[in-house]
Design a protein around this ligand. Structure first.
Ligand code: SAM
Ligand code: DTB
Ligand code: SF4
Length: 326
């Protein structure tokens, strides 16, 4: 195991990367970058294990935060989404059962809250977590900011992981969000870790940030010891009516570079090819997997925007499988 005696493992599990070192990896000739990422992936993980996670928005819209990418913020008046109060526990568990039957083994629930508040709604979320775990699935929630006692209650309910993204590097963060700080994010992450819950933390590319901002975000992620267990890499889904609604979609090879760099810095993490998959070809997605991605969100919608189609994902997984003997 990784006791520090294996040079490669020692190299792989650093927490003190500099932005310059990360940029040097990110900017390598593409095939060299992908090869290095793939070698680390193979050395530390089963490359055949690509997790399907299912996402559900359990409370949608009217969020007081002003995240520039997000269709659920109440600051962006012209976005066309259907807001909804917290779903009933039994409805959520019905969705989880359907997701399990479709082949997902992780169920992620997102609420458009600035922060968790103690009370009936949080109690209902705890029941959702217990119910999902009772179905034999991993449970992940993303509910905004959280304090230590709330994190402990989630842990007691059986929560597998808490998703709370850094979104971008510290220097660019203020261009995207003004209603909470990077330090607020880090405090919630500390509460999650303190309660012994796995950390699901990543970000978004394609918001106008520089490559150095991307590297700076990875620097913060890789500085966690241990590394986050799960790192979602989202490509911005530009939504009309949000401040970033007119942005061009990122070059898919930028996504490949970001995933490969993430994999090299954090060889043991589950790197999730997250939002922005719907306009990637099957082959580009496979390239992302060769570069180290080992999870996708599976199902018709992400939280509010369309995801890759289920029949396309079934074709993707069919292509990944071995061929039957002839
Ligand atoms: N309100 C909670 C929070 O912000 O922590 C949880 C829900 S929030 C929608 C979860 C994550 O989705 C965000 O941190 C962001 O990284 C991602 N996200 C939201 N809108 C997106 C978009 N248009 N494109 C890509 N990722 C997006
Ligand atoms: C994450 O990093 N990506 C997911 C999940 N965590 C919660 C959410 C993507 C949301 C994309 C925009 C939407 O559908 O509203
Ligand atoms: Fe609210 Fe989360 Fe959207 Fe920000 S990303 S506006 S906190 S739902």
């Amino acid at each position: 195991m990784h006791d520090g005696t294996d040079d490669r493992a020692h190299f792989s599990f650093r927490h003190d990367w500099t932005v310059e070192e990360i940029l040097a990896i990110h900017d390598l000739p593409l095939l060299e970058l992908i090869s290095r990422a793939n070698a680390l992936h193979r050395a530390h993980q089963d490359v055949g294990d690509v997790q399907k996670a299912s996402l559900l928005s359990i409370k949608t819209g009217h969020c007081p935060e002003d995240c520039g990418y997000c269709p659920q913020s109440s600051h962006h008046g012209d976005v066309d989404i259907e807001a909804a109060d917290l779903m009933r526990v039994d409805h959520v568990l019905e969705k989880a059962k359907l997701a399990r039957a479709a082949g997902a083994d992780r169920f992620c629930m997102g609420a458009a809250w600035r922060q968790v508040r103690d009370g009936a709604e949080f109690d209902a979320v705890l029941d959702m977590v217990k119910g999902v775990r009772a179905l034999g699935m991993e449970a992940c929630v993303t509910l905004g900011m959280l304090n230590e006692s709330q994190a402990q209650r989630l842990k007691q309910a059986g929560l597998t992981a808490y998703n709370h993204n850094l979104d971008t590097g510290p220097d660019y963060y203020g261009e995207i969000i003004s209603t909470r700080t990077y330090d607020d994010r880090l405090e919630t992450l500390a509460a999650v870790r303190g309660a012994g819950i796995e950390m699901c933390c990543g970000g978004i590319i394609g918001m106008g940030e520089s490559t150095a901002d991307r590297a700076a975000m990875l620097r913060v992620l890789a500085a966690f010891d241990p590394h986050p267990e799960s790192v979602p890499i989202n490509a911005l889904v530009p939504v009309a009516g949000t401040p970033l609604g007119q942005r061009e979609r990122v070059d898919p090879l930028d996504l490949v570079r970001m995933i490969a760099t993430t994999r090299i810095l954090m060889p043991k993490a589950r790197v999730r090819l997250s939002a922005g998959r719907s306009d990637l070809s099957r082959e580009t997605q496979i390239l992302c997997m060769v570069a180290g991605a080992n999870s996708i969100f599976y199902g018709e919608t992400l939280l509010t925007t369309p995801n890759a189609e289920v029949h396309a994902d079934n074709a993707l997984f069919a292509a990944l499988a071995g061929l039957a003997p002839r």
